[in-house]
Design a protein around this ligand. Structure first.
Ligand code: NDP
Length: 376
């Protein structure tokens, strides 16, 4: 492993043995875009355990979670996950690096890493309790990393891992769908034009499901191009009535939240194992406002009560879904990407110098796929 650089960005693929810092966008406090700060003195995330892989980031992408975390969302629970010893003390999580997706090149491996060697091109979704990818380097466990699709550039590849891991968690673990069981299943994706939606349409179509999507009228061409069978514009306002006229669904993936649950639950086939899966949950808001213990209990009670009510009154399962780190799942996605069955949907690209502008773009909403930051 050639180790030959100074502490500056864009200079080489691997850090020098003396190097202890790197370039990154960090926050030292929670807040709006003004808290984002470019630093050349962020701590270098060296390999500390035998199963870790150090990656030079070539491209990263942003998710709604980055905006939320910039403002302090999930701070209590994520801090606990970062360092379980921090439950009882006030040690700071700052400087914090945001950015959940990466595509890059392995520069160092722990002694027990078996799947990767320096020089390998990889992609990964960085768990929110780890330092993020708006940085020169990220260190993850081998399990969290996967070989990047050969057919994609780093910019394209960085648009996929976090939404793919989330969609798999939602559709497979919560929704009970998989490659072998999804054929002809009727799936409704509420909010199909953003990161999770555009990926989920393609994954479900590759599995043979029938996919109905709700989105704004100006996203219809995009989602149809990705394979959506039926598209319903939510903007005129009578969406529930129009969806009620359709055959009922086996699975609903809710990427929007708000009042969706109030009208969408009746769209599922009753007493046939159908599932309502939402990605918009109150868990982290609850732990932020009520504290770890009370917040978790509160959210848990809410979920159990609601799931029981929904099962008794409507005969459908009600589930929350969360992003889950899963390198082997990304291996499966790589095969679909390289087979041309899943395309990256990159809406906007920003250079590493313009990370605040990338956040501004995200803040405007109305995503049509992903916003990517080119780090190298
Ligand atoms: P994006 O911001 O990429 O996309 C959201 C999309 O929803 C936009 O295209 C937006 O376009 C559309 N939209 C907004 N309002 C509606 C509506 N009423 N009906 C239909 N479409 C609508 O978000 P992601 O796809 O990345 O994530 C989706 C949600 O899932 C977010 O709330 C995110 O926080 C959450 N999430 C949760 C995770 C978890 O672990 N629980 C992990 C990942 C994401 P337009 O406004 O133009 O219609």
């Amino acid at each position: 492993l050639a180790r030959s650089v100074s502490c500056r960005r864009h200079v080489s693929t691997s850090p020098s043995t003396q190097q202890s810092c790197m370039s990154a966008w960090v926050i030292d406090q929670y807040g709006s875009n003004g808290v984002l700060k470019y630093s050349e003195e962020a701590a270098l995330p060296v390999v500390k355990s035998p199963c870790e892989v150090m990656i030079q980031v070539h491209a990263a992408s942003l998710n709604p979670l980055d905006l939320a975390m910039r403002g302090g969302y999930g701070a209590k629970l994520l801090k606990l996950k970062r360092d379980t010893a921090s439950v009882m003390n006030q040690d700071s999580e700052f400087p914090l690096i945001l950015g959940r997706d990466l595509s890059g090149v392995v520069v160092d491996c722990g002694s027990e890493v078996s799947e990767f060697v320096p020089g390998d091109e990889v992609w990964a979704a960085v768990p929110p309790w780890k330092q993020g990818s708006l940085a020169e380097y990220v260190t993850l466990t081998e399990y969290e990393v996967s070989h990047k699709p050969q057919s994609l550039s780093h910019t394209e590849a960085a648009s996929i891992p976090y939404v793919a891991s989330t969609a798999l968690s939602a559709l497979v673990f919560a929704g009970g769908l998989c490659r072998d069981s999804a054929l002809n299943k009727r799936v409704l994706i509420i909010g199909g034009s953003g990161g999770v939606g555009t990926f989920s349409i393609q994954l479900l179509k590759s599995w043979g499901a029938h996919v109905t999507v709700t989105c704004s009228h100006n996203a219809e061409g995009l989602v149809r191009g990705l394979g959506a069978d039926e598209v319903v514009d939510y903007t005129p306002g009578d969406i529930a009535q129009r969806l009620e006229m359709m055959e009922k669904f086996d699975v609903i993936l809710d990427n929007v939240g708000e009042d969706t649950e109030q009208w969408a639950m009746d769209l599922l086939k009753p007493w046939s194992g159908s599932k309502y899966v939402t990605l918009v949950t109150p868990l982290l808001h609850s732990t932020d406002s009520l504290g770890l213990l009370n917040g978790t209990i509160n959210a848990g009670c809410f979920l159990c009560t609601k799931a029981a009510q929904v099962m008794v009154s409507k005969g459908v399962f009600y589930r929350w879904a969360f992003y889950t780190p899963d390198g082997p799942a990304l291996d499966e996605i790589r095969r679909l990407v390289d087979a041309g069955k899943i395309l990256p949907v990159v809406e906007a690209q920003f250079p590493f110098t313009q990370v605040p502008q990338a956040f501004q773009k995200m803040e405007q909403g109305h995503a049509r796929g992903k916003t990517v930051v080119q780090v190298v």
